[in-house]
Design a protein around this ligand. Sequence first.
Ligand code: AHG
Ligand code: MN
Ligand code: MN
Length: 336
Amino acid sequence: MITLGEYIIKKQHELPNASGELSSLLGAIKLATKVVNREINKAGLVDIIGSTGLENVQGETQQKLDLFANEKFKAALEARGEVCGIASEEEDDYVSFNSKNSINSKYVVLMDPLDGSSNIDVNVSVGTIFSIYRRISPVGEPATLEDFLQPGNKQVAAGYVVYGSSTMLVYTTGNGVHGFTMDPSLGTFYLSHESMKFPEDGVIYSINEGNYLKFPQGVKKYLKYCQEIDSATKRPYTSRYIGSLVSDFHRNLLKGGIYIYPSTASAPKGKLRLLYECNPMAMLTEQAGGVASDGFKRILDIPPTELHQRVPFFCGSKNMVSDVEAMMREYSSDEE
Ligand code: AHG
Ligand code: MN
Ligand code: MN
């Protein structure tokens, strides 16, 4: 049985300019994960569920656990001194860490500390998503906005934690996607899923179909295609939607499927955030042989213009994403 810590060290030589800092940074994320996991497991017993009554900069209600997870990840990352700053879905602006160690470090982390947080009240899986970049600004100076506004193709690592029936940490440093399952009695992650791959064809589609009337024409056509009967292509497909991107993604990665959060008439850029959700999931998707797109082009090539930018998101099994992209192209002129 190989632990996450052992695996990170074993694979360190595969990293560009490996000096151990990225390994230590992944160690800080692992530590924060355990703290958040412990609190999530007590939800219902301690006063951690429900809303804070506050809103984040995007106008979304913050749950107590959103803020708790944000503080724990921020504190763990600052304490190790391996990053010069973070940006988070729960912070208005990026935060630079200016201690002597931090300011001399090479990396920044962007994160969605608690994904699917509305599910916590009802004992359904939630997650954490993280994304790591090499800074652009000079080492020794405070982090700047441009360190955080890099396209996803510049990520050096990305991953997620799913707090599900078991807790798993899944990550990539650009050499495949590897999954580790926590043994709760020891608090240790063990390698359980090495080199995870999206099946090229899947039979699961995940989308909030309640918004159907607001979807672009290409998405409506694709959903009808998913529901048609055709034994050769194993249709109708199965609809599965948890409402936690991490959990929906994780199931589709294991079983084959597509996740879609398109633009809608009321939210023309969709709901999901490019920097905290879509870019890290897109890097994982591509590393696992899948495709991640905004319906027309590669997510990882989109140049970010602001921290909390949203983008339509289509990701998963290669052939499913290319089918929906073809319909998006075919029907896009209908909406002009
Ligand atoms: P978060 O809890 O970080 O705000 O993210 C919620 C996201 C994502 O996890 C999920 O797939 C999607 O929002 C669900 O949105 P709808 O409720 O609109 O379907
Ligand atoms: Mn989220
Ligand atoms: Mn969140």
